[in-house]
Design a protein around this ligand. Structure first.
Ligand SMILES: NC(=O)c1ccc[n+]([C@@H]2O[C@H](COP(=O)([O-])OP(=O)(O)OC[C@H]3O[C@@H](n4cnc5c(N)ncnc54)[C@H](OP(=O)(O)O)[C@@H]3O)[C@@H](O)[C@H]2O)c1
Length: 298
């Protein structure tokens, strides 16, 4: 079953309901040929959105994806590239953030080169920067848009207040906030982040949607409770796995969450794609909530 295509916001871009994350591709030692094969495995199940960042793989994550896409004519045009800037400061003595106009512009030039493309579909500010000057960021974004180098803009790990500040200076709406969301971590459901996304009708992207693997390997009481509950619900629904039910839980949220998968295992991708067709009852959804928090609802 192929995952559906949806608009991230009223203004776009069109993306797949599940995305592929590239953070660990270099660490795993993927060759270019393996990365190209994995792009095809994604496309086979309808995953067209590739989440990357200037900092991934110590700067090599974009290079690998760029080479993987360049290996076949036309492959670049079958995917949407999301990348991020402002985190990671090579050549300086201390790792820090940089949301200055100059850094954003030069980071994008570098990303375009590494990704071997003329356009980035979606550019995110990777993390909130206490020194962020929203006017400067908006100006840099505007220049990149006018030059056709970046088509859409968003943020990552922003609080609703930080989002509102930057949005207030932007000539065009921000289209997403990429944040950590999973059955193990529901803070964005409580702190206004997902409420803001719904209010603005933008879809949040969810990083570590399976807790970065902790859901399967974690030995905390929370991880154990969740495995038991997700397993039981999966059985009751007709034999679905822990990951499928955990993803269905995210997909069912009214904010229209777009989970970013971290696996490079084609079978796990195909299993994840099935989650979109899985409907949990409200009771099942809250059983998972309670297993995650360890507390009954008030
Ligand atoms: N914006 C940000 O600040 C930020 C921060 C972190 C991450 N991200 C993005 O989010 C992406 C995904 O993050 P993530 O890697 O933490 O995602 P994840 O999907 O929560 O975790 C991936 C891990 O789960 C394991 N896994 C998946 N399905 C499994 C299954 N059925 N059984 C057992 N293990 C399973 C994978 O193992 P296998 O690989 O062996 O399948 C892998 O180790 C990153 O690549 C990056 O693009 C963004």
């Amino acid at each position: 079953m192929a995952v559906s295509r949806v608009s991230m916001s009223k203004e776009g871009p069109l993306v797949s309901r599940l995305a592929q994350g590239w953070a660990s591709a270099v660490r795993r030692g993927l060759t270019v040929a393996e990365a190209t094969r994995h792009v095809h495995a994604c496309l086979e199940v309808g995953i067209t959105t590739m989440d990357n960042a200037a900092i991934y793989g110590g700067g090599q994550g974009e290079t690998l994806l760029g080479e993987a896409l360049a290996a076949e004519p036309g492959l670049r045009d079958r995917v949407e590239i999301v990348t991020k800037c402002s985190v990671g400061s090579w050549g300086t003595s201390l790792y820090h953030y940089d949301t200055s106009r100059e850094h954003i512009l030069s980071s994008v030039e570098h990303s375009l080169q590494e990704l071997r493309t003329e356009r980035i579909d979606l550019l995110l500010i990777h993390r909130p920067d206490p020194l962020m000057d929203a006017d400067e960021v908006a100006e840099a974004f505007d220049r990149l848009y006018a030059a056709g180098k970046v088509l859409h803009f968003g943020v990552s790990n922003f609080t609703p207040w930080q989002f509102t500040l930057l949005a207030s200076r932007m000539p065009r709406p921000l289209v997403t906030n990429e944040v950590q969301i999973s059955v193990l971590d529901n803070h964005t459901m409580l702190d206004g982040t997902l409420d803001q996304c719904q209010q603005l009708r933008i879809r949040p992207m969810a990083w570590s949607p399976l807790g970065g693997g902790r859901l399967f390997t974690g030995d905390t009481p929370q991880a154990e409770r969740l495995r038991t509950e997700l397993g039981a619900i999966g059985e009751a629904l007709g034999g679905y796995s822990v990951d499928q039910v955990a993803l269905a839980w995210l997909l069912q949220h009214p904010a229209g969450i777009l989970p970013i998968l971290g696996t490079f295992n084609a079978q796990r991708l195909a299993a994840a794609a099935v989650a979109e067709g899985l409907a949990l009852t409200r009771e099942q959804w809250f059983r998972i909530w309670v297993a995650g928090t360890g507390e009954r609802l008030p």
